[in-house]
Design a protein. Structure first.
Length: 122
């Protein structure tokens, strides 16, 4: 891959993860200040992440994910830290912004109950 293309891809991932965090924060009806406090980061730093100006570390992404009550894996994939796994329903459920937290938990509970009752899985 051309170095310019790699740089552009990295920049796009930083913007994407920032926009995703902002979207999740708004869906959770949290102010920037409240999310920053819950995640243990400063307001300006979180603002810079959301605007795609800073690339957060895996540790910061984990703190933000915990504060938003979403999967850290979802943020890692968006940030380019992890490769997205094909067919990972759990990640799809966790990253679906149209679902409420209660709906996500319910879907995951049903999915896991079906998975644990599959023949050969007991």
């Amino acid at each position: 891959m051309d170095p310019k293309d790699a740089t552009a891809a990295a920049t796009n991932r930083v913007r994407d993860v920032g926009a995703f965090i902002r979207e999740q924060r708004k869906t959770a009806q949290l102010s920037l200040r409240k999310l920053a406090a819950l995640a243990g980061v400063s307001n300006p730093y979180l603002s810079q992440i959301e605007r795609g100006l800073r690339k957060p570390s895996a540790e910061i992404l984990q703190s933000i994910a915990a504060a938003l009550r979403i999967s850290a894996e979802t943020l890692y994939v968006r940030a380019g830290i992890l490769e997205e796994r094909e067919g990972d329903l759990t990640s799809a459920i966790l990253s679906d912004t149209s679902l409420t937290d209660a709906q996500r938990r319910a879907l995951l509970e049903v999915y896991r109950s079906f998975r644990s009752s599959e023949p050969g899985q007991e």
